[in-house]
Design a protein around this ligand. Structure first.
Ligand SMILES: [Zn+2]
Length: 258
């Protein structure tokens, strides 16, 4: 392992091969697809390709890797996968209710993905940027397990769905992999990515107070989270990514053999 300065605790030590989007996510996708994921990218110059790497780089020390994993990641992934007995899940026609979910842990887990993407130099995360001093404030929150203030970061979750006939199944929606992209809302940005079939949108600065009760907003002080369904074809960037990916596929530029 190379020696370097850990980006989370700033101490010099052996650096681990650190993930941004969790390795658990890649493992699931690879398991279902014989070791590969299909990675769509809206960059017109690159090919649609099978992805067999998990976008990692030497970034964090062992203690910080363990901290993120044990403090945030394991519990949050288990909760959204419905593998945590303490969290009760109720599905309706309009969305999913998570009862007794630790939203402070979930907030720090998702914010840690955003922060790691901003700290990463990997090409897959090149569109993610956090200006100082916000990046530093978020780093300290992650390091010290302190909720990030709502005026700095807001998170909205939606569960992808495809109601069209012969459309994507939930299992296939969980296997979609995209590089995070951003939206410019004028007075704030948001960064969007997919995780386990959820569309995650993180706003920086945070969501205005009057919108903090909207559906799907992660509220660290509450124990109930309702995540509405979102038709994948109503997310223009995902449609664009898929169309451009499909265009490359039919143009013969794709490396995917059908
Ligand atoms: Zn560290």
């Amino acid at each position: 392992m190379p020696i370097g300065k850990c980006k989370l605790c700033n101490k010099v030590g052996e650096l681990q091969d650190s993930h941004v989007l969790p390795n658990a996510l890649f493992k699931n996708i690879f398991r279902a697809n014989k070791g590969k994921a299909i990675h769509f990218n809206d960059d017109k110059h690159t090919f649609v390709r099978y992805e067999s790497k998990s976008w990692s780089e030497f970034m964090l020390c062992q203690n910080c890797e363990r901290h993120i994993n044990e403090s945030y990641e394991q519990e949050s992934i288990a909760a959204i996968r419905n593998c945590l007995s303490s969290v009760r899940i109720n599905k309706t026609d309009t969305g999913i209710t998570f009862a007794n979910i630790n939203q402070k842990t979930l907030q720090l887990f998702l914010v840690s993905i955003l922060w790691r993407a901003a700290a990463s130099t990997h090409q897959a995360y090149e569109k993610v940027y956090l200006p100082e001093p916000w990046k530093e404030e978020i780093r300290i929150s992650i390091l010290e397990n302190k909720k990030v203030r709502s005026s700095l970061v807001g998170i909205q979750l939606r569960r992808l769905s495809d109601p069209s006939k012969d459309g994507f199944s939930l299992a296939s929606l969980k296997q979609l992999l995209i590089s995070p992209f951003f939206r410019n809302h004028g007075n704030r940005f948001s960064f969007c990515f997919l995780i386990e079939g959820f569309f995650v949108e993180i706003f920086v600065p945070g969501i205005q107070a009057k919108r903090r009760n909207d559906l799907g907003i992660v509220a660290p002080n509450k124990s109930i989270l309702f995540v509405p369904y979102q038709d994948i074809f109503d997310i223009p960037e995902l449609v664009q990514i898929m169309v451009s990916g499909y265009g490359k596929f039919v143009d013969g530029k794709s490396r995917i053999k059908s």
